[in-house]
Design a protein. Structure first.
Length: 143
């Protein structure tokens, strides 16, 4: 009888594991050994980005506490960088389908806010454009 592994097994295909391991493309703006941040492919606002642990975990509470702390440190880095675009932003985490989670690899959203009343509507979203993404990578990836 083995002990339960503390590391949730990644599903056969997890797009954020693929991005974290550079096996799928993304506009990466931050990376360290344990975490990564990249632009959301379908942003609510300009500069909407996602911060992930490279280690697979469906939700925050599936991560050991030290990994949670490491992830939050990267969220702090990306919040500061988001302030290069605008002073205000939302940080969000969706846990579970009923809370709107679509990708079951834990991620924090950092969503810059420019004064729009409510950007969290399907109608507010447009696919990320290559030219804008490249500009954003330049702005957000500088240390
Ligand atoms: P959730 O609803 O799970 O909190 O958010 C998942 C987010 O991931 C969504 O905002 C969605 O646009 C984004 N997303 C889904 N697939 C991809 C992808 O392949 N690449 C990138 N960059 N973002 C993705
Ligand atoms: Zn994963």
């Amino acid at each position: 009888m083995g002990r339960a592994s503390p590391k949730p097994a990644a599903p056969a295909s997890c797009i954020f594991c693929e991005i974290g391991q550079h096996r799928a493309p993304a506009y990466v703006v931050y990376e360290d050994t344990e975490t990564m941040a990249f632009l959301d492919i379908f942003p609510f606002t300009r500069g909407h980005l996602l911060v992930i642990p490279k280690r697979h975990a469906p939700r925050l509470t599936d991560l050991p506490f030290p990994d949670q702390a490491t992830l939050l440190r990267s969220v702090d880095v990306l919040c500061r960088r988001a302030e290069r675009l605008t002073s205000d932003y939302n940080v969000a985490l969706n846990a579970g389908a009923n809370a709107g989670q679509i990708v079951f690899h834990v991620h924090f959203h950092v969503i810059p806010r420019y004064g729009e009343p409510n950007p969290f509507l399907a109608a507010s979203r447009a696919p990320l454009k290559v030219r804008d993404a490249e500009e954003l990578v330049t702005t957000l990836s500088a240390p």
